[in-house]
Write a protein that binds this ligand. Sequence first.
Ligand SMILES: *[C@@H]1O[C@H](CO)[C@@H](O)[C@H](O)[C@H]1NC(C)=O
Ligand SMILES: *[C@@H]1O[C@H](CO)[C@@H](O)[C@H](O)[C@H]1NC(C)=O
Ligand SMILES: *[C@@H]1O[C@H](CO)[C@@H](O)[C@H](O)[C@H]1NC(C)=O
Ligand SMILES: *[C@@H]1O[C@H](CO)[C@@H](O)[C@H](O)[C@H]1NC(C)=O
Length: 496
Amino acid sequence: MNLKIFLLWTFLQYVSSALGENGVLKGEDEGFESTDTEAVHGRIKYNMRKSLDLDQEGCYLQTGKKACLEECGFNSTSKTIFIIHGWTMSGIFETWMHKLVSAVMQRENEANVVVVDWMPLAQQLYPDAVNHTLAVGVDIAKMFDWLQEEHKLPLENVHLIGYSLGAHVAGFAGTYVKGTLGRITGLDPAGPMFEGVEEQKRLSPDDADFVDVLHTYTREALGVSIGIQQPIGDIDIYPNGGDVQPGCALGEMLAAAGNFMEVMKCEHERAVHLFVDSLMNKEHMSYAYQCTGPDRFKKGICLSCRKNRCNNIGYNARKMRKRRNSKMYLKTRAKTPFGGYHYQMKMHVFNRKQFDNADPTFYVKLYGGHNDTGNIFVVHADPIGLNFTNTFLVFTEEDIGDLLKIRLSWEGDSESLSSVFKYIKNSFWNWNAKAAKPAKPVLEIRRIRVKAGESQKKFAFCAQDPSKTEISPGESITFVKCRDGWEVKPRKRLPM
Ligand SMILES: *[C@@H]1O[C@H](CO)[C@@H](O)[C@H](O)[C@H]1NC(C)=O
Ligand SMILES: *[C@@H]1O[C@H](CO)[C@@H](O)[C@H](O)[C@H]1NC(C)=O
Ligand SMILES: *[C@@H]1O[C@H](CO)[C@@H](O)[C@H](O)[C@H]1NC(C)=O
Ligand SMILES: *[C@@H]1O[C@H](CO)[C@@H](O)[C@H](O)[C@H]1NC(C)=O
């Protein structure tokens, strides 16, 4: 076994036993190692859910047994949704499974909702569980081959939803079934042993007519990432950059091993909760924005949607024509409903008075028709460009309604560390010259152009008081919609 995987696995074993979560291996499954398809077959159960009461057993489908279909009330003209779990240490269904099943059943009450239970094969050393994914996928494919023959099940009505290792199981099912499945959703597909391997050995865009993937934990630890980093679907959505998920806290401060485990579980599982959110909160959808990378997205460059129709995340995601591995981004709230509001702000920062010590830290406060925000720190990766049009991404958790007013403030003072440092440096070299203390820097901002991601509307905001466009540390400028038209009309191309 690969050394990195081994390290990761022992590490996870260690932290899970420290947490007391190390489930006892079920006796009957001990020593089971065969990857032979036939031997695997009896260990996979297809539990068709019949009622929302999840304590009820449900009903089991079996390939080749027609009586089961009737008994379970399988309706081949409705949608068929299979839910596939991933690697497990506890060997029991965790709470996310119950939430997902119940959300799917509430949204699609006519659908055949089936939980693929491959627990005995998933509760293994991680590399062994990985080795079983092919056989489990093939078993699912056989089930669909039979359903097509026996019940004329149209494969385009089939949707497989796989979490973690289950996403790759779904991929194998899509590869081996006769025909093309309608859709596969990968919920933070597992990374270790799948990152960088060829398409046939992992979930890939060819496994279904539409493959959509949510990536929520793509941070590396010990050289591997729990969730796969590379795009592997038709669309690959990276909420919060696929990195630190809000509400999962701790971030990089992983002092205690137990905390690491909780952060990992929270971020990896976030994909499932985002999907559940998309099923339940139809009136509060989250949109994703196509972008070549997280850095450009964070700069607010990528808030435009094709024909102003933004794609949704989760269940409501749509296939885009002729696209593979299309990376999409969004920010989310920490709790359900996860969707928030994205604004792109563009402003030209004039440095007319030539202050080379100006290193502004901007905050904005947004005033909307329904509500106002607090002071929001304007995140910028690089220093704010002077004599330059800067683009920023501003995210609000609440719907403030139509944006009416923006207050831009420059927090801090001219004694900020970097300006003092510049002053010291300058005075050190010029110390014969009169090393004057730096004057308070003054910058000028006349307009802010705003694009609201969710509505795709564009507005220009001008200084409320046209004589007050200059800003220094500790000051603010208020902008209102420019008088020359509230909405920015798309620029007409003039004939050459
Ligand atoms: C099967 O599903 C279809 C479409 O979802 C529905 O119209 C039909 O009534 C269902 N049949 C039965 C027997 O429930
Ligand atoms: C997985 O299966 C392959 C062959 O299919 C084998 O070479 C490898 O050793 C197996 N890995 C584990 C950890 O059992
Ligand atoms: C910015 O432009 C002004 C002229 O508008 C010029 O005097 C100044 O040197 C420029 N500053 C920088 C840092 O480029
Ligand atoms: C306005 O937003 C604040 C939080 O920023 C919230 O506590 C308050 O309930 C909101 N008011 C309305 C009317 O939505």
